[in-house]
Design a protein around this ligand. Sequence first.
Ligand code: TMP
Ligand code: ASP
Length: 242
Amino acid sequence: MNCHPQIYEGKAKILYATDDPEILLAYFKDDATAFNAQKRGTIVGKGEINCQIAAHLFRAIEARGIATHYIDCPSTHEMRVKSVKIIPIEVVVRNIAAGSLCQQTGIALGTILPQPLVEFFYKNDALGDPLLTRDRLLLMELATPEQIEILAAKAIEIDRILQEFFQQCGITLVDFKIEFGVDKHQQILLADEISPDSCRLWLTGEPDANLRVLDKDRFRRDLGNVEDAYQQVLARVLGVKE
Ligand code: TMP
Ligand code: ASP
């Protein structure tokens, strides 16, 4: 039983202090939200599943040279992470058109993009996580010009690593959202989580547009079998070397 003070509760995780001020404990919840928490529910077993998927992916990414906040998992739904100050930018990388890209541009769902598209959203639920331009981002002083270049370069590299990883699982990485934090050495670390909550994952080769969905779109769009889809992603991810 963890008896350390809770320092933050987000929609999907609770962060606790530990005896070491440099280390936090992230507890992954079963709670699910969508559309800036206007839709709420529970995905049974999600906490454990996402914690294990994120741990495996963080280890794979770290092994390929990108620094992350991941340390280890003391239990199946808890992750020890390095304490960082989160940069309030949601970095989205897209390989295939879906979601808000289709809604806002009219590009057809499923269009393969000629190159990965990196987008920055303001992490602010009250404002509805709006899409930012680089100039707005600088105006708001959310990051320095140098940090923006680092975030974009890391995002592209993480996309390359994850695309290759998921390809080995028979899963197509459509798009994903990542967050970064700054540690006490001013180093930028990949933070938060990478899981079916934060990615669009399609079963490769499945022609049915609903059956292929293995991510939180099943919850967002009431497609059913949400737990089964998350379990399937976990099983496939664990089958690939880190
Ligand atoms: P979008 O198409 O709705 O902009 O989503 C792009 C990707 O980001 C998709 O993989 C889902 C993920 N995402 C989050 O992780 N959190 C969010 O709040 C939103 C809106 C999207
Ligand atoms: N961050 C969004 C929310 O909680 C979730 C989403 O649509 O992915 O509401």
